[in-house]
Design a binder for this molecule. Structure first.
Ligand code: FAD
Length: 309
């Protein structure tokens, strides 16, 4: 039994989500290998080889793998799939783009968004926006799985001594072409992996008012998040959305400001270690999951809290 984890990276750095997927692979048991499909990505392969518990890294290095085009990466995974009992992807935008293609081509059922491993063929995954946990057993010969990164603590990035093996890259599928990428730049930590998240909701009232959260986030070294209502109203950018249809986060500290706590928002943050809610409505459902609740007007409370910090 050997598990292949598909690395997420930008050809220079291994993304943290890969280390969460490696942790899930370790729980399955057997050897853990990592596939790095990229261009000039030797440094990524070396980082993956250094991760705790990784026995081997397969490096497919070619220009057609430079931009993570799902058609080419899926073909690369399929080229090596026969050697593996389990193929794991982080349940990120790119992992979720490639995994179904691999599962379909292998004619197996994908097991999506696992948060627990009971045994080599039995996994836990949230359903109904996280309100129930399904235990699913797979009888497929190869298990194609996406891993909810917040469900598994990342393995150590250092300490491993895996071998790097260069493998032949698949030819360009010709099915898609990379056109361009616009990357949002921010000095703040990446939302999905941040230790502290400060999120604002419709209660902020405007994009201008949303800036009241900046000094608080600065003090806490936090990433900024938002409810869908705040995003839809244009108060915050789309990639800040936390929830069922946004990002899933589980930071050490989550501060929800002017957010009511709709079930679809809770689905994205209720596994945070400590939740602080600021809301003027004492009946707001967010207080049902909060460890600390502050009933008050956010426009008074947030500056006070910021200056106290
Ligand atoms: P509201 O529910 O309007 O809450 C605003 C809160 O601010 C209120 O509790 C109010 O008391 C408080 N408030 C107002 N003024 C102040 C003040 N001055 N001081 C303090 N408090 C104040 N939502 C998400 O967030 N993420 C998702 O991924 C998501 N996915 C969805 C998917 C589907 C299929 C559907 C149907 C819905 C989804 N939603 C999602 C929307 C969700 O149902 C809610 O509509 C949304 O979360 C509400 O956002 P909110 O809490 O900011 O707004």
């Amino acid at each position: 039994m050997t598990t292949l984890v598909i690395a997420e990276h930008d050809n220079a750095q291994l993304k943290g989500a890969t280390l969460n997927a490696v942790a899930a692979a370790a729980k399955i048991g057997g050897d853990v290998h990592v596939l790095v499909a990229g261009a000039n990505a030797r440094a990524v392969a070396d980082q993956a080889a250094a991760a705790a518990g990784v026995a081997k890294v397969l490096l497919a290095d070619a220009p057609q793998l430079a931009d993570g085009l799902a058609e080419n990466v899926a073909a690369q995974v399929l080229a090596v799939a026969s050697g593996y009992s389990h193929i794991l992807f982080p349940a990120t935008a790119s992992g979720k783009n490639v995994a179904p293609r691999v599962a379909a081509k292998l004619d197996v059922a994908q097991i999506s968004d696992i948060i627990g491993v009971e045994s080599a063929d039995t996994f836990q995954r949230p359903i109904y926006a996280g309100n129930a946990i399904a235990t699913v057993q797979s009888v497929d010969a190869v298990k194609v799985i996406t891993v909810r990164t917040t469900g598994f603590d990342a393995v150590a990035a250092q300490g491993g001594s895996g071998a790097v093996e260069e493998i032949a890259a698949v030819a360009d599928s010709g099915l898609s072409t990379f056109v361009g990428r616009e990357v949002a730049k921010s000095d703040r930590p990446e939302l999905a992996g941040a230790r502290v998240v400060v999120s604002g909701g419709r209660g902020l009232g405007s994009a201008e008012n949303f800036k009241i959260l900046d000094p608080l986030a600065d003090k806490l070294g936090a990433a900024l998040g938002a409810s869908r209502a705040a995003v839809d109203a244009g108060y915050a950018p789309n990639d800040w959305q936390v929830g069922q249809t946004g990002k899933i986060v589980a930071p050490q500290l989550y501060v929800a400001v002017g957010i009511s706590g709709a079930i679809q928002h809770l689905a994205g943050m209720k596994d945070s270690k400590v939740i602080v809610a600021i809301n003027k409505d004492p009946e707001a459902p967010i207080f049902g999951v909060a460890d600390y609740g502050l009933v008050g007007d956010l426009f008074q409370v947030v500056p006070e809290l910021t200056s106290a910090l």
